[in-house]
Design a protein around this ligand. Structure first.
Ligand code: 4G0
Length: 255
């Protein structure tokens, strides 16, 4: 079997991750040896008597800055475990995480994720100990830990075997640039709420076509911007014209 994707997470708050990598799909991936997530607490690497990890900013101003020394020494220890890792800092200035980047990271052997806190990190850490900064979206968090969890979760789905064999990341939202079609399970009748008839008849060609059309409908309704980048077939375009007609019909029939 192939080596697991090894992810070392450098953090001042390793306890924030408890449960995340031991539960559900990620927990199973770790048990199966597909994923090897290691948490490294930065604080023990502080050389100061009181194990400080933050200090006042030179030049003054509000807040604290994460000190270079503990982070640099923790990074050295992480590099001893992961000599070939891409070293990633989670921060709002970074390249935005998306499906393409997640797939690319899943193909690596090793990743080191550095979580920042306070108002910032000593710039010399970023200049010398980090290969790239990645952001999970345009908002600020109190620390990089939730971003590291999001990145680890998102990347793990592209590690072969993490999703069961019947569950392919390629079939889900954004993989082909469209949103997902509606799904239903038992019961067929939920206090008068029914399931679309086409899903109950076992005509798989019809079901495939219905699902494609509903994916297109959901994308047009909720994320029309995605349609511009999606690779659409002539059949897709025909379905979109039908949907647009259905939308204008249902609108004009309103009395
Ligand atoms: C670096 C990641 C890290 C700089 C981390 C804050 C949002 C994200 C942090 C700051 C994070 C994200 C400048 C406040 C820690 N917030 N969008 N918080 N500044 O991925």
């Amino acid at each position: 079997m192939s080596d697991p994707l090894r992810i070392v997470i450098l953090t001042l708050f390793p306890e924030m991750f408890s449960g995340v990598f031991s539960t559900s799909i990620l927990g199973r991936a770790c048990e199966q040896g597909l994923l090897d997530v290691r948490l490294m607490d930065i604080r023990p690497y502080s050389a100061s008597k009181h194990k400080n990890t933050d200090d006042y900013p030179f030049g003054g101003g509000a807040g604290m800055v994460m000190m270079a020394q503990p982070v640099m020494d923790a990074m050295k220890a992480a590099e001893a475990v992961c000599p070939d890792a891409r070293r990633i800092y989670l921060g709002p200035r970074g390249k935005r995480l998306d499906t393409a980047l997640a797939r690319e990271l899943a193909a690596e052997k090793e990743l080191i994720l550095l979580c920042g806190h306070y108002e910032g990190m000593d710039q010399r850490v970023l200049d010398t100990c980090v290969d790239e900064e990645i952001s999970i979206g345009d908002y600020i968090l109190t620390g990089g830990e939730p971003a590291a969890m999001v990145l680890t979760d998102c990347v793990s789905r592209f590690v072969p075997g993490v999703l069961g064999s019947s569950d392919s990341p390629e079939e889900e939202s954004f993989s082909d640039g469209l949103l997902e079609y509606p799904q239903y399970t038992r019961p067929r009748d939920l206090n008068g709420l029914s399931v679309p008839e086409v899903l109950l008849n076992g005509d798989h060609a019809k079901i495939r076509s219905w699902r494609r059309k509903e994916s297109l409908r959901a994308t047009l309704r909720f994320r029309p911007d995605l349609l511009e980048k999606a690779s659409l077939t002539e059949e897709d375009r025909k379905m979109l014209r039908e949907i647009e007609k259905e939308m204008s019909d249902s609108c004009s029939s309103e009395s």
